[in-house]
Design a protein around this ligand. Structure first.
Ligand SMILES: [Zn+2]
Length: 350
């Protein structure tokens, strides 16, 4: 019952997105149909996972080969439910080693250390990073209108072409390098676990006299579980790369374009408002934060894990302490009220 309700809510939210534009300039917002992916990085997450799955498939093929060999050494015991494998300990250890080596080779091509730009996940982080910078600049241009910010600032930001200084370039390299290293370590964690699980499944299966078919099914099951762990990494890191790049670009623009004016860029929180959204994240929908506040949020607890939220640029008037795109904020506030309507009191709007 609850699930049905939430699904309907998502549907109506997607409808509302059509109308959230600002009279004062609209930043980059997710289009209809991608409302539950506010960073719009779903396609990149799916590309990442497609690559992970194709590697998993290669692993499954190696396992199939090994199991086919094992099958030639399998004979039916006293009842048809148990099998006896004509193998000794050394042979079992060798089979397990082959599986472990295949995992290392398929997921890491033998690399034991992270080298920037060399790991297969780097391309996805890079794409998300680029998109984050591009969208931040685009949003800044859209929200900085002549009527809201004056002609000088409006034409100043329009002259920005995204060319960055050496210092910014270094920051970008450091950011993507750290993210890449983190993904590498996470992937190592996933595959190390998978090695242990497949080794256990294989040796226990042989020992307990399970048939090759049953062992194969159990192994596939473990590979699938590793896929859902990889999905969490992909989603967390791709979204994080997008948001971090957006913040870096916003900081740069505030420093290089908005300094010495009455205005600066601030971040408007955009939550997926999905069935799985944490209330602490959903409550931020439509609120305005400084860069430091956003960073503080993501640096604590497990806030970055699986977070689909986005923060987009709006124009803030430092003198009046008002956001120029106030109408947008009000529309998002309405979405949030709608979202929280059916939640229990203690999770409701604060
Ligand atoms: Zn979130």
């Amino acid at each position: 019952m609850k699930t049905v309700k939430l699904k309907m809510k998502l549907k109506s939210s997607k409808f509302v997105i059509n109308s959230i534009r600002s009279e004062e300039g609209t930043p980059v917002l997710p289009p209809v149909g991608m409302y539950d992916e506010p960073t719009m990085q779903g396609p990149i997450v799916r590309e990442f996972m497609k690559e992970y799955k194709s590697r998993s498939k290669r692993l499954a093929d190696v396992v199939d080969e090994i199991l086919a060999e094992l099958e030639t050494k399998q004979s039916v015991a006293f009842n048809a439910k148990k099998y006896v494998f004509l193998v000794d300990t050394d042979e079992v250890i060798s089979l397990v080693d082959r599986v472990k080596n295949a995992i290392s080779k398929i997921f890491f091509s033998g690399a034991t250390k992270y080298k920037q730009g060399k790991f297969w996940t780097d391309i996805f982080l890079k794409k998300a990073s680029k998109a984050g910078e591009r969208d931040a600049l685009q949003s800044a241009k859209s929200v900085t209108t002549a009527s809201g910010a004056g002609l000088a600032l409006a034409s100043g930001i329009r002259g920005e072409d995204g060319d960055v200084t050496l210092e910014h370039e270094k920051g970008r390299a450091l950011r993507t390098g750290l993210a890449g290293g983190r993904v590498f370590e996470s992937m190592k964690g996933i595959t190390d676990t998978l090695k242990v699980e497949l080794a256990n499944t294989l040796s226990r299966g042989i020992q307990e006299g399970k048939g090759v078919q049953e062992i194969a099914a159990e192994i596939q099951d473990r590979i699938n579980v590793s896929g859902s762990r990889a999905m969490r990494i992909a989603r967390t890191e791709v979204n994080q790369a997008y948001r971090a790049a957006g913040r870096a670009e916003t900081t740069r623009l505030n420093k290089e374009v908005y300094a010495n004016t009455d205005f600066e860029l601030r971040m408007l929180w955009f939550s997926a408002l999905a069935a799985t959204t944490r209330p602490t994240h959903a409550r931020r929908h439509g609120r305005i934060y400084t860069m430091e506040e956003v960073e503080a949020f993501y640096s604590k607890d497990a806030n970055a894990i699986n977070c689909l939220c986005n923060q987009t640029q709006v124009l803030y008037n430092k003198k009046t302490k008002q956001v120029v795109q106030k109408d947008l904020q009000q529309k998002m506030q309405k979405q949030k009220t709608e979202y929280f309507k059916d939640l229990p009191e203690e999770e409701g709007l604060i």
